[in-house]
Ligand binder design. Structure first.
Ligand SMILES: NC(=O)c1ccc[n+]([C@@H]2O[C@H](COP(=O)([O-])OP(=O)(O)OC[C@H]3O[C@@H](n4cnc5c(N)ncnc54)[C@H](OP(=O)(O)O)[C@@H]3O)[C@@H](O)[C@H]2O)c1
Length: 323
């Protein structure tokens, strides 16, 4: 009975070709929904096809910065999910244009269509933040709730999974750098969430298990400092590297230069973001706005991270055993 209903439900996922996108599309495809993936480069979304049946997943061209393309992409949708986000600015891809105006364009188009809206923001979103990324994320949340008051919003902490940016980046850096930097001394706290759990939380919201007009904060079972995460990466890839504390002003200076690299490892805005802890708030826990409140037992790093970080070991997946 419910299979029939889901087959009839069209979900448009903006940003469905990204890291979280592929896990969400898989979770929705398993539940038999019809999925339209809206991205700037549908030709690069071919990797999603094997996640569903023939014809179940369809990619269309849309840019959240262009309202007309957004309106065309949400046509006939029952549910609209916005995952679009950027880590650094390039050309017209500015934080305010993508995270704030882009989110507003999607929410308005969803409301005009009468579709339910689910939006992904980030922990740390705050209009008072010194980071433009976090400011724009907060403006986006506000715009989404204004256009679509029943929307559900998710704020994940840093996410881990095979294609993640965080653990893979530091694992890769440890291969060729003699030392890893501890920005601001490495005291900032994180609560890494498994990307599959975040996708599951969104899928449960699709099924009506999340509260309307509510901002959920999604973190994993462990709170770790940046230093502890670096130590964890090094232990997992079986490499010894110096961990060098880099005060915030020095990190910012270095980031002024690094930001011009094609895929910058650090930007001045990210240094600002690192000044605040990235963990689920006590208020979200008290108010029942967490992963656990959606019935999900969050997956720990140990269960997943070694399965893809092994490639940064000197011996790859082959351990050297001493007799
Ligand atoms: N990864 C994390 O640890 C983390 C932590 C907290 C919050 N988040 C948030 O979670 C969401 C998903 O993150 P992710 O890591 O999956 O990101 P991602 O891998 O970078 O994917 C971003 C997606 O957005 C699309 N996109 C970018 N600019 C666009 C535009 N102007 N119009 C339409 N589509 C556009 C990209 O496809 P095209 O380039 O083909 O358009 C891609 O599909 C984001 O909102 C992010 O801010 C992520």
């Amino acid at each position: 009975m419910s299979l029939q209903t889901n087959n009839d439900t069209l979900i448009t996922v903006f940003g469905g070709s990204g890291f979280l996108g592929r896990h969400l599309v898989r979770a929705l495809a398993k539940r038999h929904y019809r999925i339209r993936v809206a991205v700037r480069r549908p030709d690069l979304a071919g990797h999603l096809q094997p996640l569903g049946r023939v014809g179940q997943i369809h990619a269309v061209q849309a840019n959240v910065r262009h309202p007309q393309s957004v309106e065309a992409a949400v046509r006939d949708s029952d549910i609209v999910i916005n995952l679009v986000g950027i880590l650094f600015e390039r050309g017209r891809q500015r934080f305010d244009a993508v995270h704030a105006e882009g989110a507003e364009n999607v929410a308005r188009a969803a409301a005009a269509q009468g579709a339910r809206m689910i939006h992904v923001s980030a922990l740390g979103a705050a209009e008072s933040s010194p980071s433009l990324y976090a400011q724009a994320k907060a403006q986006g949340e506000r715009a989404v709730l204004a256009a679509s008051p029943r929307a559900t919003i998710f704020r994940p902490s840093v996410m881990f999974g095979p294609e993640d940016d965080f653990f893979n980046r530091f694992g890769s850096m440890a291969r060729f750098l003699p030392a890893l930097p501890l920005i601001g001394g490495g005291e900032t706290k994180f609560q890494p969430a498994f990307v599959g759990d975040v996708a599951e939380a969104i899928a449960r919201a699709v099924e009506g298990q999340a509260k309307d007009g509510t901002i959920y904060e999604l973190g994993g079972p462990e709170v770790r400092t940046f230093r502890q995460l670096m130590e964890y990466v090094l232990a997992t890839i079986e490499r010894r590297r110096l961990l060098v504390p880099l005060p915030f002003p020095l990190a910012k200076l270095q980031a002024q230069f690094l930001q011009f690299l094609p895929k910058p490892p650090l930007t001045p805005d990210q240094v600002e973001l690192l000044r605040s802890d990235n963990v689920v708030s006590g208020r979200a826990i008290r108010e029942g706005r967490t992963m656990q409140d959606l019935g999900i037992a969050p997956t720990g790093m140990e269960a997943v991270v070694p399965s893809y970080l092994w490639r940064f070991r000197k011996t790859g997946q082959y351990r050297v055993h001493s007799a």
